[in-house]
Design a protein around this ligand. Structure first.
Ligand SMILES: *[C@@H]1O[C@H](CO)[C@@H](O)[C@H](O)[C@H]1NC(C)=O
Ligand SMILES: *[C@@H]1O[C@H](CO)[C@@H](O)[C@H](O)[C@H]1NC(C)=O
Ligand SMILES: *[C@@H]1O[C@H](CO)[C@@H](O)[C@H](O)[C@H]1NC(C)=O
Ligand SMILES: *[C@@H]1O[C@H](CO)[C@@H](O)[C@H](O)[C@H]1NC(C)=O
Ligand SMILES: *[C@@H]1O[C@H](CO)[C@@H](O)[C@H](O)[C@H]1NC(C)=O
Ligand SMILES: *[C@@H]1O[C@H](CO)[C@@H](O)[C@H](O)[C@H]1NC(C)=O
Ligand SMILES: *[C@@H]1O[C@H](CO)[C@@H](O)[C@H](O)[C@H]1NC(C)=O
Ligand SMILES: *[C@@H]1O[C@H](CO)[C@@H](O)[C@H](O)[C@H]1NC(C)=O
Ligand SMILES: *[C@@H]1O[C@H](CO)[C@@H](O)[C@H](O)[C@H]1NC(C)=O
Length: 294
């Protein structure tokens, strides 16, 4: 599929500059321990080796989409119980990047989620998670999405039937609210701020993807099944697309991690995901029970 606005043809000068940038970026890669010197620099460097569609994808991947202060909630729920730790997971191997195609993969199998069923999960994801309801654990009123993960979640807005805007921190260093304006340094926090397409939601799970010009650049799946001990959930993540150039997938990984180590950020996302699925055990039966209240 071709992008709507085709990038300008490369002149020899731009091409040469790209080659120089590429060698510069490769030197930086060799010198620095950080595998992501910055997705914009990488995109510029990689563009010499990419075709016109992949250059256009790289350009879409690089804009700064950091959460803004106005994306933060005014208040956050005070959760009285501790979050589940990744050590509770039944399987959580450290994420890996395929060295031949540059795609990062992460898999996590949660300990069973008690009192939650596949039917309840479908109800949950079909509701308006931005609806404000009462939080009995601290007596305040917050969005359902915030109750799901009080420290990290900001917004999950349905843009339309098939697109959700996801805004959340990934193991934030603080319970950031709008009042933290001065302390809020977006670039130092791992975060997600993406319009994700809902590919499927059914009795067996949920698939979300971030698509550019028809290519899935990031894919997140949660696969679930009912068991006697509770809901058995496996969460998977892919960053990059095996049908695209490894150089472009490296840009996708740097954009995902905002210049940090993509594997370390994918690992943090495992911890975040363990926390939010663990919390469903507590909040989902309650939220379902008050679904018609107010
Ligand atoms: C966030 O607030 C909770 C109380 O809701 C507190 O227990 C926790 O320590 C705070 N976390 C951070 C990172 O400040
Ligand atoms: C999870 O538990 C381990 C070992 O007890 C601990 O080192 C780690 O800090 C915990 N992680 C979080 C996010 O609390
Ligand atoms: C890594 O990528 C190559 C090329 O796309 C593929 O053939 C191989 O199966 C991948 N390896 C794994 C472990 O997924
Ligand atoms: C599941 O529900 C039962 C019955 O209401 C309750 O006793 C139990 O504590 C709940 N489990 C969790 C993990 O909240
Ligand atoms: C929460 O909402 C309820 C119902 O609208 C209201 O009575 C209550 O005062 C609110 N609580 C707080 C702390 O704002
Ligand atoms: C939903 O919104 C997204 C983002 O604005 C857009 O790309 C997509 O085409 C829309 N889909 C439908 C079915 O309207
Ligand atoms: C924000 O954090 C980034 C990355 O840790 C750092 O380079 C930058 O100097 C910080 N900015 C401010 C205003 O503290
Ligand atoms: C998501 O889509 C909406 C509607 O098209 C747009 O206003 C918003 O800027 C997009 N957000 C991000 C983070 O791309
Ligand atoms: C649910 O969606 C997945 C992913 O699209 C699909 O593979 C599966 O067949 C679907 N299952 C049912 C029961 O519809």
């Amino acid at each position: 599929m071709l992008p709507a606005g085709r990038p300008k043809a490369y002149t020899t000068g731009v091409w040469l500059a790209s080659v120089l940038l590429l060698s510069h970026a490769l030197c930086q890669l060799a010198e620095s321990k950080n595998p992501c010197p910055g997705s914009a620099a990488l995109a510029a460097a990689a563009s010499a080796s990419l075709d016109v569609v992949q250059q256009a994808i790289a350009a879409q991947l690089t804009p700064d989409t950091s959460l803004k202060v106005t994306d933060l909630p005014l208040l956050r729920p005070r959760q009285p119980w501790p979050y589940r730790n990744i050590s509770t997971a039944l399987d959580a191997p450290y994420p890996t990047t395929n060295s031949s195609n540059g795609v990062t993969y992460s898999r996590l199998r949660h300990a069973p989620i008690q009192n939650v069923t596949a039917g309840l999960m479908q109800w949950w994801f079909r509701q308006n998670l931005e609806r404000v309801v009462y939080y009995p654990w601290d007596g305040g009123n917050y969005t359902r999405y915030q109750m799901w993960h009080p420290r990290d979640h900001c917004h999950q807005k349905a843009i339309n039937r098939t697109t959700w805007l996801l805004q959340e921190f990934i193991v934030a260093s603080k319970n950031f609210t709008r009042k933290d304006f001065q302390g809020f340094n977006a670039s130092s926090e791992a975060q997600i701020n993406l319009n994700m397409s809902v590919r499927s939601l059914n009795a067996t799970g949920l698939t979300l993807s971030y698509v550019i010009y028809g290519y899935e650049m990031t894919k997140l799946t949660h696969t679930w099944r009912n068991t006697a001990k509770g809901l058995d959930v496996t969460s998977e993540l892919w960053v990059g697309n095996p049908s695209l150039q490894p150089q472009l997938n490296q840009v996708a990984n740097c954009a995902f991690s905002r210049g940090q180590d993509p594997l370390a950020v994918a690992r943090k996302l495992q911890q975040h995901t363990v926390e939010e699925f663990g919390n469903l055990e507590k909040v989902l039966p309650y939220l379902y029970s008050v679904r018609n209240v107010g």
